[in-house]
Design a protein around this ligand. Structure first.
Ligand SMILES: Cc1cc2nc3c(=O)[nH]c(=O)nc-3n(C[C@H](O)[C@H](O)[C@H](O)COP(=O)(O)OP(=O)(O)OC[C@H]3O[C@@H](n4cnc5c(N)ncnc54)[C@H](O)[C@@H]3O)c2cc1C
Length: 480
């Protein structure tokens, strides 16, 4: 963690970072630590970007736009959290609990005496939503993923298609593959590149016995990111400018000359790092530049939605841990604490649940009330203890542009962090990190972009954090 008590004034090259999401913040902290003079421009009043919070007017409660989770395998996000001093705000769960339609729990957890990839063997053997033969099919496909090595064609095939070729039964798709893939990649299996799907299972579930553990912030996302990042960056002498909208990048002779803000002001630097979503980055460029093949590929990326649903009840009831629902519209239920006992009169004392529906295309045309009806019914069916509590208030947040869609072929469209414009670098979960659109991908992209800037400044440094080490057995399967 960085010492916040002493503020230093760096004397190195000037870098303008556009966008204060995880990608921009990770890069900004790394660059400022290395002596670059960093100016961070963020259009909102808070930091954290798509991982953000707002005040719900009805309850007075600070609400996350949607529950965000991390996993132990997200080593770069962990590194960033440690830099800004919030790692202790992440609570890890070693039990992944699934509820079937009858409300019967099934758990995946580490607990067998065997190393990865067999660390969850005992719990998987008892995983009742799958029959013995379905489990055996899943196990064979998981081993095939581990042994698959690299293939240039892997990105062009969907994991849905690959799983069909592995003869995965329909129930294995519904009760195992789809819930994990949709939650982590935010798309349906037929629209997920095999490359990305394989990465998820290898890094998240098969190589290391702790990698799958789920981390949930114990504070609201704005509290996780805004003040800790401001304090860290200020201590490093960086200039953080909130509520500043960058309109355009002026480019001449393959170099960015300045950024233009919405009030017409221009700012210049030695290096420029765009850490905004891909469509916003493209809009900042002149149309001639957007036509260049490098940027044209980026324009082919697509978005996929996530819907967050918040439910407040009049009475408390116990939900001990996050729960995944099988065969339901609602994919995850997270128990939340009301954080504002004074301000949040309506929600005081009662239960508060945050629900998540990833790849929520089918919900986009429904009204908030219709979505709340569906979700409430599912919560009451899944959690008998909730039935005696009355819903006081529900809030639906449809994030239409939640993440890029990891469709087959996507890896060839995702750009590296360098661009044909000499002093323009890119970060963002959508840039080429090999990861699905997650906070880990954003942190990785920030470090990769910062590494490229340091290289260009003649002071190369390695920032990217190593993955969790695979067990010896997993290494053998991986052919390493
Ligand atoms: C509903 C939802 C649920 C999610 N759940 C999870 C999860 O559980 N786990 C997980 O790991 N990931 C999750 N994600 C994905 C995660 O939020 C993103 O991958 C990550 O936050 C992206 O970070 P980023 O820095 O790349 O981009 P962003 O967070 O989009 O940051 C870009 C920043 O640039 C700013 N900006 C944009 N335009 C301008 C401009 N013109 N001038 C100045 N600033 C500008 C924005 O305000 C923003 O702060 C979820 C996303 C959503 C939307």
């Amino acid at each position: 963690m960085i010492d916040h008590t002493s503020s230093r004034r760096p004397a190195g090259e000037k870098v303008i970072v556009i966008g204060g999401g995880v990608a921009g913040l990770a890069a900004a902290v790394a660059l400022a630590e290395d002596g670059f003079r960093v100016t961070l421009l963020e259009k909102r009043a808070t930091l954290g970007g798509r991982a953000s919070s707002f005040t719900d007017q009805t309850t007075g409660e600070m609400v996350d736009n949607c529950q965000h989770i991390t996993m132990r395998c997200c080593t770069n996000l962990e590194f960033f959290y440690r830099r800004i001093g919030v790692w202790d705000k992440i609570r890890f769960y070693s039990k992944l609990t699934f509820l079937d339609q009858q409300g019967k729990p099934a758990v995946i957890q580490n607990g067998s005496p065997f190393p990865a990839p067999f660390h969850t063997l005992f719990s998987f053997a008892r995983f009742h939503p799958l029959s013995l033969s379905e489990k055996s099919s899943v196990a064979k496909a998981l081993i095939a993923i581990l042994r698959a090595g690299t293939s240039p064609n892997r990105d062009s095939e969907s994991i849905g298609n690959w799983l069909r070729k592995q003869k995965q039964p329909e129930r294995a798709m519904a009760h195992f593959w789809r819930p994990i893939l949709v939650s982590a990649c935010n798309e349906e299996p037929d629209r997920i590149s095999c490359e990305i799907g394989f990465k998820l299972f290898r890094d998240g579930f098969l190589s290391n016995a702790e990698a799958y553990q789920m981390g949930v912030p114990s504070v609201r996302l704005s509290d996780l990111y805004t003040q800790p990042s401001i304090e860290t960056l200020s201590a490093l002498g960086a200039d953080i400018q909130l509520k500043i909208h960058v309109d355009a990048l002026s480019v001449a002779d393959r170099k960015v000359e300045s950024v233009t803000l919405s009030d017409g002001t221009t700012l210049s630097a030695d290096f420029y790092l765009s850490a905004v979503p891909f469509d916003i980055m493209l809009k900042m460029l002149h149309s001639d530049i957007r036509e260049a093949p490098f940027f044209k590929d980026i324009s082919l990326l697509e978005y996929s939605p996530i819907t967050g649903v918040h439910l407040w009840f009049d009475k408390p009831f116990e939900v001990r841990e996050p729960i995944a629902l099988l065969d339901r519209e609602t994919q995850w239920i997270f128990p939340k604490e009301n954080t504002q006992p004074d301000g949040a009169e309506l929600s005081k004392g009662g239960a508060y649940l945050a629900l998540v529906v990833s790849s929520s295309k089918s919900l986009l045309s429904l009204s908030a009330d219709e979505i709340i009806d569906i979700c409430l019914k599912e919560v009451q069916e899944a959690l008998p203890q909730s039935r005696s509590a009355r819903l006081l208030h529900g809030r639906v947040i449809k994030e239409k542009k939640a993440t890029f869609a990891p469709i087959p072929g996507v890896e060839s469209l995702r750009p590296k962090q360098t661009t044909p414009i000499e002093n323009l670098f890119l970060a963002g979960d959508w840039t080429r990190t090999g990861w699905p659109a997650t906070m880990e991908s954003a942190a990785r992209s920030g470090y990769l972009a910062a590494e490229r800037i340091m290289e260009r400044a003649g002071r190369p440094k390695s920032l990217l954090q190593p993955d969790m080490p695979p067990s010896r057995l997993a290494k053998w399967f991986l052919g390493k």
